[in-house]
Write a protein that binds this ligand. Structure first.
Ligand SMILES: NC(=O)c1ccc[n+]([C@@H]2O[C@H](COP(=O)([O-])OP(=O)(O)OC[C@H]3O[C@@H](n4cnc5c(N)ncnc54)[C@H](OP(=O)(O)O)[C@@H]3O)[C@@H](O)[C@H]2O)c1
Length: 409
């Protein structure tokens, strides 16, 4: 079998994990890392030496990769900054390559539509690296739902509590920004770190293995507790699909205690509980049947590369995660910003900023963990809870025919 040639743009941060995953996957004989783009070859001299030693071609710009790598590269991996996803994916496809782009696909629905238009015009594909859409449990849960075993899906809710320190926001120029160099980033917890868990819910509510649910309406609240960032860090959202499933989402980067994402799916025939850690899943049906499963050792990050390679090799018909089936995720995010209108700063007397035991500069919003637990349990947004003075009510946005996000209109 022919091997699929992968290029990776970048070597730092998430690009580094692309390089590790590809290195491990090479042993399976389906794919090979053949080229890497490194802009700053002085700062990254050691990495460049190591890659060259392995026979990997180093390019100093994306443009030179596009121009000169046709013979060795089939798919270009883009673990790059959020505001550059769309333009780099489009340029790459126009230059004759297939693309593996990182999540979130793009800040606006117009950009996603432009990517899909380019896929059609060029005959190339873009796969989106939302790894849980490639995971063992999310795919099995979807199958289970589609077989009707959970009955009609009434609601899906998820919550997550991940502190993000100053070092996280300092790692590049766009982290914690809404706009960077005039381009939308929307780097809040719903659109970046926890994006998977919103996308999972919208995917699970979709009516076949390929599609995500279409959304009818969205309302959301975006808050900021960190004193030194511009984007939201504590947000919640409620959405309704066109088939009536309710979606609830609560995420914070300023919790008192770290807790990994957790999701509940409630159907007329039972309930599913899903934990991000090892994808521990429990299905409890009304007839008393209980089914448990987990990731069975399948690393969803690596599955993202396998599926893109399988598509390139013609071994599968359809990619798992695409611009088309992540469009509703982007509609939810754009609708959330339309609904909230502004990111509301939380009064600083409710916030603590301090250097923690690991030497990290941390921000905590007092009592947020209990508030999120209560809002999650009652399926309310934070402003619907009675005792929260800083919370602001927001309006529902109809997103059924959503074609353009413009926060300035
Ligand atoms: N799937 C997941 O769970 C997951 C986890 C983490 C991150 N991500 C996603 O991965 C993406 C990257 O995140 P990050 O935090 O790693 O971003 P980052 O800190 O901005 O790092 C991006 C890397 O790409 C390089 N790069 C960007 N544009 C380039 C260009 N035109 N030519 C050459 N190199 C270029 C950068 O090089 P320089 O250093 O020289 O600028 C840097 O090495 C984001 O979309 C993020 O949401 C996904």
């Amino acid at each position: 079998m022919e091997e699929v040639g992968f290029a990776v743009v970048g070597v730092r941060n998430f690009a580094d994990s692309y390089l590790h995953n590809l290195e491990e996957l090479e042993a399976e004989g389906k794919m090979k890392l053949t080229a890497v783009v490194v802009k700053d070859q002085v700062k990254n001299a050691e990495k460049v030496r190591e890659l060259r030693h392995k026979g990997i071609a180093i390019y100093s710009s994306y443009e030179s990769l596009l121009k000169d790598a046709k013979n060795s590269v089939d798919i270009i991996g883009l673990p790059v900054s959020i505001p550059t996803h769309a333009e780099m994916a489009i340029e790459g496809m126009k230059a004759g390559y297939d693309i593996l782009m990182e999540k979130p696909p793009a800040p606006t629905v117009q950009q996603l539509d432009a990517i899909m238009k380019t896929e059609k015009e060029t005959g190339r594909f873009t796969s989106v690296g939302f790894q849980f859409i490639h995971s063992n449990t999310i795919r099995k849960i979807k199958q289970f739902i589609l077989e009707g075993k959970l009955g009609e899906i009434k609601e899906i809710a998820a919550k997550g509590f991940w502190p993000r320190f100053k070092s996280y926001y300092d790692r590049n120029d766009w982290a914690g920004k809404s706009i960077e160099m005039g381009k939308l980033v929307l780097d809040g917890p719903m659109h970046n770190a926890f994006a998977h868990y919103l996308n999972n819910m919208i995917f699970l509510a979709g009516n076949d293995m390929q599609s995500s649910a279409a959304l009818k309406r969205v309302r959301a609240e975006l808050y900021r507790a960190h004193s030194y960032i511009e984007s939201d860090d504590n947000s919640c959202l409620e959405a309704e699909t066109t088939t009536g499933t309710k979606i609830y989402f609560y995420v914070t980067h300023v919790p008192e205690k770290l807790r990994h994402p957790y999701m509940e799916i409630v159907g007329t025939e039972g309930k599913i509980e899903w934990h991000m850690e090892e994808e521990k899943t429990k299905i409890e049906l009304n007839n008393g049947q209980v089914i448990e499963m987990d990731n069975e050792g399948l690393n969803p990050h690596q599955e993202v590369f396998r599926i893109a390679a399988d598509k390139k090799l013609g071994l599968i018909e359809e990619l798992y995660c695409t611009p088309e089936n992540t469009r509703s995720f982007t509609v939810a995010i754009n609708g959330a910003y339309d609904s909230a209108k502004k990111i509301k700063a939380i009064p600083q007397d409710l916030v603590e900023e301090f250097t923690n035991d690991e030497g990290e500069y941390q921000t905590v919003l007092k009592e947020i963990d209990d508030l999120i637990d209560q809002a999650f349990a009652e399926r309310k947004l934070i402003s619907d809870l009675e005792q929260v003075d800083w919370a602001v009510k927001t309006e529902w946005i109809n997103v059924e025919n959503y074609t353009a996000f413009n926060p300035f209109k």
